[in-house]
Design a protein around this ligand. Structure first.
Ligand SMILES: Nc1nc2c(c(=O)[nH]1)N[C@H]1C(S)=C(S)[C@@H](COP(=O)(O)O)O[C@H]1N2
Ligand SMILES: [Mo]
Length: 244
């Protein structure tokens, strides 16, 4: 089954229907385990979903790199060297605001892993590079009350979350590069989160805020039924699926 074919090319920017949201929320975790419609629900609800090219033509086939374009909003502002800021705040001793140049000046880590979207598509061995999230958390000095991290985005809508332990993993990056080039706008540039061991919805695009909190606050898709702990192959009902 190809869940992607449920998506319409004119779906871009369509808000998640009220009925769909209520339907997702009404499902228990057990029911969710074997619910292909939920996956195609995410694809269609995401709007656009299929990749989008600059001519405005949308298609259902993966683009050259195998990625698909996702945004829960119909337009996203562009940020560059002068306008981009990443704030780190919440339960920390030293809140900070990083410019791109500040982030580039920190030690960079390059990871080459498979990108895996929960709806089934995968992009093998994709290099991401950037600053370890743990580096920014250490610099901020997390208070003993800090137990989780909330991520916000300059699209004004998307959010994500990790426990503090997850956030401190060495394979979680504040990414500046994709395939050894600065991350382009459509892939969430200039800065996106990259949570290598989890499904790609955890990797928030257009990252603008990192807030240390006292508990996990479920992110955008998590409020709509997806797992907060989104380990690839061990979440969202994929536990028994060797192909997941
Ligand atoms: N800000 C933001 N981040 C996001 C999303 C989104 O809609 N908005 N979609 C998520 C999902 S479901 C996926 S699969 C990936 C898609 O990344 P891509 O558009 O670079 O392929 O981004 C994730 N991060
Ligand atoms: Mo996704």
């Amino acid at each position: 089954m190809n869940p992607n074919t449920g998506a319409g090319p004119d779906g871009e920017g369509t808000p998640v229907g009220r009925r769909l949201v209520l339907g997702m929320l009404g499902l228990g975790a057990g029911a969710m385990a074997a619910t292909p419609w939920l996956q195609s629900g995410l694809e269609t609800a995401l709007g656009a979903v299929a990749d989008k090219d600059p001519t405005g033509v949308t298609g259902l086939l993966p683009n050259g790199g195998g990625f698909r374009y996702y945004s829960v909003t119909s337009s996203v502002p562009h940020k560059d060297d002068s306008s981009y800021r990443l704030t780190v705040d919440g339960l920390v001793d030293k809140p900070a605001a990083y410019r791109l140049a500040d982030l580039r000046a920190l030690p960079q880590t390059r990871l080459v892993r498979d990108v895996q979207c929960v709806t089934g598509w995968r992009v093998p061995e994709t290099p991401f590079e950037g600053v370890r999230l743990s580096t920014l958390l250490d610099a901020a000095g997390v208070s003993p009350r800090g137990k989780a991290v909330r991520f916000t985005c300059f699209d004004g809508a998307y959010s994500e979350s990790l426990t503090l332990d997850q956030a401190r993993r060495s394979d979680v990056l504040v990414a500046l590069k994709l395939k050894d080039k600065p991350i382009g706008h459509s892939h969430g540039g200039p800065v996106r989160l990259y949570v290598a061991p989890m499904y790609f919805y955890k990797s928030a695009k257009w990252l603008s805020g990192i807030t240390v909190t006292d508990e996990v606050r479920p992110g955008y898709w998590e409020e709509r039924g997806y797992d907060v702990d989104a380990w690839v192959g061990r979440s969202n009902g994929r536990d028994d699926d060797p192909t997941a």
